[in-house]
Design a protein around this ligand. Sequence first.
Ligand code: ADP
Ligand code: MG
Length: 249
Amino acid sequence: MSLEIDDIHISYGKVRAVDGVTVSLPTGGRLGVIGPNGSGKSTLINAISGAVTDRGTITIDGHRLRGGSQRAAAHAGISRTYQTPQTFTELSCIENVMLGLGPGDKRAKSTGAPRERREHRRTREALALLDEVGLLDLAETSAAILTYGQQQMLGLARALATNPLVLLLDEPAAGLNSAETEALSTVLDKANARGVALLLVEHKMDFVTKLCPRIAVLSGGKLVADGPHAEVLADPRVVDAYLGAPSNA
Ligand code: ADP
Ligand code: MG
């Protein structure tokens, strides 16, 4: 799997949220994406995951993804988490994760396993994922009572349940305490070791640099730097992008 994002443009009215971004993520790679607020990070994730119609192309292993189709992106192995966790509060934690496993497990179908055994397997898989993100004890509990950090971890478990090739993470460490951030790091490391490529949008710089050897920087919807994190963070254009952000003006 290699993900190629080629000259993507997304505008909202006159706002050029993503303005001609070209970036790639090699098989099993890890790419950090940073930039000031409003620089287009979430919009880029939306584009890759198919939520917004884009101009430009996105290909996975040379296969072009249809813009504006979340289904096509999911089918190609792209999974994501959200900046604001999308928790189904009327469901239990395990039910939230099972949504990621999908209704029909293709592998189960091909072995002709009866429905009951299939359900057992889905339950086992969901429990294993909850265990991985530290929520096993809350499996049967309503997701409505989770803290913000726990909701982030539940969203991650649901995203991993799809067995993705590429995982897009939109500020997963925001609002997590240091123990939760450490746990998140471990889960992402493990997923990456299994071959899941990571595209990590994040503000916590030490967290990004620890996880991602390579970093891309967005500013005003444009890619202003892309390379090894030590080089990128020393780049005057990157320093400018942050110091020039409206929030500091
Ligand atoms: P980031 O994630 O880097 O903070 P976003 O991708 O959320 O940035 O936003 C980039 C720009 O696009 C901002 O100017 C934002 O206001 C605008 N934008 C994002 N989503 C929408 C939307 N749904 N409608 C209108 N403008 C949007
Ligand atoms: Mg954002």
